[in-house]
Design a protein around this ligand. Structure first.
Ligand code: HEM
Ligand SMILES: [Cu+2]
Length: 524
């Protein structure tokens, strides 16, 4: 993909297409995952702008409610399963072998397969807009009974979820095996860069939860077509059971979307503070604690469904407990910066943005975790504000920081710092214009997932839509910066960042040769 000398040396006998289809090289596959994630990010972003355009003014402007519902559903699915998760796997492919001193991933052929299986899934999701009945319109949570009424677009979505889940499981097996078996001599687990640790833990989350989601959507499928009544009250089933199964997957899923970002940030902040990460071991234990706790909090999505007071209290306190290891992490990142010799290149700016804004999202999560408060805030725009504060500055800025940080290593070329800073500041301002007002809308009672709303919500919605288009524009700066870096960026140094200390910076040139470590490095 990058046409470096080594690639030609080893692969001039393959045409570009053969190489793309048949490659088993972790860097090729990593780049493919990253481009796929980037593309899906723009597709999902375009859907979001469709949603915000409709919400610019009260009344129906641009679309019928059915299409609006499909857009909210597919926007979420595309962003989560098509954007964020594949992009993290892209980083895992590129970085894990380099950071632990391995030659490649443990199962290179399965690696190729887990990438390619995503393509039909993406095609199914996109094509579902054009079949009779349109794309799934149930929300990404796919709750029955609404979801059982959808057209064949819903079945296409179910199949897409199965494929994406299989891809995630294969990717996770690969990551776990690579980390456990292929570390270079001397690279003990507790010496691994934090990115490898957070991915190791994330991979276990994926293996534990993806089959649960697959089971849930399979039951939906048989309820829809084969006469079962798992979730159909008329046949003796229970729609509430779907919510339990879904959120048993769903809450760990939100940590799948954030833990690898924690890993990226944990490597970038020390580099630009010129200090080792504060509290390395506590970072590892905090990540594990978050992962374990994530399995016992799912009921916080169901406070309004009706559950015994003891259940409400359990889920409320268990949820709040997650703030403790999360707080440990925030504390460690700030302590890493404390009295460091800080500089503020683009990756660091995105990490600081991450720290400030993600913490706000955590706080609104704590507000929602209070069962009594959630009774009024559930399914309002307050929830929309909460999860966008954790997902955009959390997952997306974590990824963005990673792209700027490692692009010089991946491509051997340096990005444009001025454009990077513009990208950061416009996104930071636009993000807050878009999503901060949604807290007010939610507190005032505006429900989520509606194409039209009462007049008193008009002003903040208008502001939010303006922010959203600005946010979309700022991502074009990002795309432009990445593309021009690859085509004509200045040559990067082997150790572009003086404070970076993981193996890919200390032991490998920029760009990295096609075959990473032909002999394993020995770690002191
Ligand atoms: C301190 C940490 C957190 C707490 C206490 C928390 C709490 C909550 C609660 C109670 C809800 C349910 C609100 C409702 O539906 O009424 C919720 C929803 C949500 N949270 Fe969080 N959360 C936290 C972190 C995160 C993170 C890290 C992410 C993702 C990166 C995330 C993503 C979401 C999403 C996507 C939803 C909405 C799901 C839906 O209904 O579609 N949260 N959170
Ligand atoms: Cu949750």
């Amino acid at each position: 993909m990058h046409g470096d000398d080594h690639a030609h040396e080893h692969h001039d006998h393959k045409g570009p297409w053969t190489r793309i289809f048949t490659t088993t090289n972790h860097k090729d596959i990593g780049s493919m995952y990253l481009w796929f994630g980037f593309l899906m990010f723009f597709v999902g972003g375009a859907m979001a702008l469709g949603i915000r355009a409709e919400l610019f003014r009260p009344g129906l402007q641009w679309m019928q409610p059915e299409l609006f519902n499909s857009l909210t559903t597919v926007h979420a699915l595309v962003m989560i399963f098509g954007g964020v998760m594949p992009a993290f796997v892209g980083f895992a492919n590129w970085l894990i072998p380099m950071q632990i001193g391995a030659a490649d991933m443990a199962f290179p052929r399965m690696n190729n397969w887990s990438f390619w299986i995503m393509i039909p899934a993406a095609v199914l999701l996109m094509a579902s807009f054009f079949v009779p009945g349109g794309a799934a319109a149930s929300g990404w949570t796919l709750y029955p009974p609404l979801v059982t009424q959808g057209g064949m677009g819903t079945d296409m979505t179910i199949l897409a979820i199965h494929l994406l889940g299989a891809s995630s499981i294969m990717g996770s097996i690969n990551i776990i095996t690579t980390i456990l078996n292929l570390r270079a001599p001397g690279m003990t687990l507790m010496k691994m860069p934090l990115f490898c640790w957070t991915w190791l833990i994330t991979a276990y989350l994926l293996i534990a939860t993806m089959p649960v989601l697959a089971g849930a959507v399979t039951m939906l499928l048989t309820d829809r077509h084969f006469g079962t009544s798992f979730f159909n009250a008329a046949g003796g089933g229970d729609p509430t059971m779907f919510m339990h199964i879904f959120w048993f997957f769903g809450h760990p899923e939100v940590y799948i979307l954030i833990l690898p970002a924690f890993g990226i940030v944990s490597q970038i902040i020390p580099a630009f503070s010129r200090k080792p990460l504060f509290g390395y071991a506590s970072m590892v234990y905090a990540t594990a604690a978050i992962a374990i706790l994530s399995f016992i909090v799912w009921g916080h999505h169901m406070f309004t469904v009706g559950m015994p007071a003891a259940g409400q209290l359990f889920f409320m306190f268990a949820t709040m407990l997650i703030a403790v290891p999360t707080g440990v992490k925030i504390f460690n990142w700030i302590s890493t910066m404390w009295r460091g010799s800080l500089t503020f290149e683009t990756p660091m700016l995105f990490c600081i943005g991450f720290l400030c804004m993600f913490t706000l999202g955590g706080f609104s999560g704590l507000v929602l975790a209070i069962a009594a408060v959630d009774i009024t805030l559930h399914n309002t725009y307050y929830v929309v504000a909460h999860f966008h504060y954790v997902l955009f500055p959390g997952a997306i800025w974590g990824l963005t920081a990673g792209v700027y940080f490692w692009l010089p290593k991946f491509t051997g070329k340096m990005y444009n710092e001025t454009l990077g800073k513009w990208h950061f500041w416009i996104s930071a301002i636009a993000f807050n214009i878009t999503f901060f007002p949604q807290h007010f809308l939610g507190l005032a009672g505006m429900p989520r997932r509606i194409p039209d709303y009462a007049l008193q919500y008009a002003e903040w919605n208008m502001i939010s839509t303006i922010g959203a288009f600005l946010l979309g524009f700022s991502q074009l700066i990002f795309l432009y910066n990445v593309v021009t870096t690859i085509r004509s960026g200045e040559k990067a140094k082997d150790k572009q960042w003086e404070g970076a200390d993981s193996l890919e910076w200390t032991h490998l040139p920029s760009p990295v040769p096609y075959h990473t470590f032909e002999t394993a490095p020995v770690i002191k």
